[in-house]
Write a protein that binds this ligand. Sequence first.
Ligand code: ATP
Ligand SMILES: Nc1ccn([C@H]2C[C@H](O)[C@@H](COP(=O)(O)O)O2)c(=O)n1
Length: 225
Amino acid sequence: MLKNLISQCVLPGYRQLVIQKQRQFFTGLNRMASKKYNVLFVLGGPGAGKGTQCEKIVKEFGYVHLSAGDLLREERSNPSSQYGEIIEGHIKNGTIVPVEITCALLLKAMAASEKNKFLIDGFPRNKDNLEGWNRETHDKATVKGVLFFDCPEQECVQRCLKRGQTSGRSDDNEESLKKRISTYTNSTKPIIEHYRSQNLVMELNGAKSADEVFEDVRKVLATLE
Ligand SMILES: Nc1ncnc2c1ncn2[C@@H]1O[C@H](COP(=O)(O)OP(=O)(O)OP(=O)(O)O)[C@@H](O)[C@H]1O
Ligand SMILES: Nc1ccn([C@H]2C[C@H](O)[C@@H](COP(=O)(O)O)O2)c(=O)n1
């Protein structure tokens, strides 16, 4: 009789409780797992001031700055990398490195950081970058916006040539710059337009002085905080 009472009344209630607790546990786990990286992309022509502004943003807004170009240059300099020659070829030619390489470097750098807010500078630069990013990060990252520094071509070229006097960059010269500008116009501008159609673009006049540009950046970023 007591056995029957336990199996008919107590056990089902206990089972229900266990199932309910299991559900709560797995929901908690899922929520933890769904914590995504928050990303702001930073785009603009060569020399538009992306890196300069990112440095200032890091100091004031606590983002981690990841420059796709810097990560590629670092990978190129690693003697044990199998991608060194491919990367150098693209950098000199002003063309874009396949996304599998660039996205893997970005994800590795994000995973190595304890922070959650990233400025990804110089990416995505073409359709291959954009599609690869979406494929690899749809469950890992949320793109909160795109900072777009608009700057006239002649100003960009002058800045890069001046930087080339001391930067040691193999692409801060007239020949590479022509190709970089053409890649920017033909491949990167459509990506900016893609994000503009999603209302994600924050456009800034990059032709002003660096401090004036940052004043504008501050206002725009304050709306995201
Ligand atoms: N607003 C500005 N006015 C004048 N010079 C600037 C301004 N912003 C940056 N510069 C200078 O222009 C050069 C290019 O700037 P920066 O490296 O920030 O551009 P970038 O967009 O990151 O370039 P790239 O894509 O080629 O790496 C640097 O020498 C920098 O000091
Ligand atoms: N998404 C990217 C970013 C950069 N590169 C390569 C080709 C660029 O000309 C070069 C320099 O980049 P920068 O420092 O100017 O941002 O790096 C690329 O292939 N893909």
